[in-house]
Design a protein around this ligand. Structure first.
Ligand SMILES: [Cu+2]
Length: 148
């Protein structure tokens, strides 16, 4: 009896020593699984609020017409291709929560607008070619105008 119980405690002691490895392996698997789940949640499959696809403006009665949504997420579209020397009318539609995105600066064309909630518009002549940035006054939300 006493021999058996001694054997039993020795076995238990040696087992608890080897039990450390499965615990470490389990922790590594759990941490790995957690990292994988987090990467799936914030992966490249998540759709963006604003599109980066270049948008062109159709010419109507000699004016390039472009519709632009102003929201808390920024300018949509925010990548615009225009033709040089043809006047552009930007028709804006701003949500009530658009905040500073209702401000629109194009410094290269001396444009600094404060646009109304709902519909508003402004016109300018893109008289030089190149890539130009537009943004809110604090430059938190930005976009690109490519004039060709
Ligand atoms: Cu801003």
């Amino acid at each position: 009896m006493s021999k058996n119980s001694k054997k039993g405690t020795r076995k238990a002691a040696s087992r608890s020593g080897t039990n450390k490895n499965p615990i470490i392996i389990m922790s590594v698997i759990l941490v790995g699984l957690f990292i994988w789940i987090m990467s799936q949640l914030s992966g490249p499959g998540t759709p963006l609020a604003t599109s980066n696809q270049p948008v062109t403006a159709p010419v109507v009665n000699g004016v390039q017409m472009l519709s632009m949504n102003l929201t808390a997420a920024g300018y949509e579209p925010n990548n615009i291709t225009l033709k040089k020397d043809i006047p552009v009318q930007i028709n804006t539609n701003a949500t009530a929560d658009a905040g500073c995105v209702r401000g629109l600066m194009i410094p290269d064309f001396d444009i600094n607008k404060a646009l109304d909630v709902g519909q508003d518009s402004f016109v300018f002549i893109p008289n030089k070619t190149g890539n130009f940035e537009f943004s809110c006054q604090m430059r938190m939300s930005t976009g690109t105008i490519n004039i060709v």
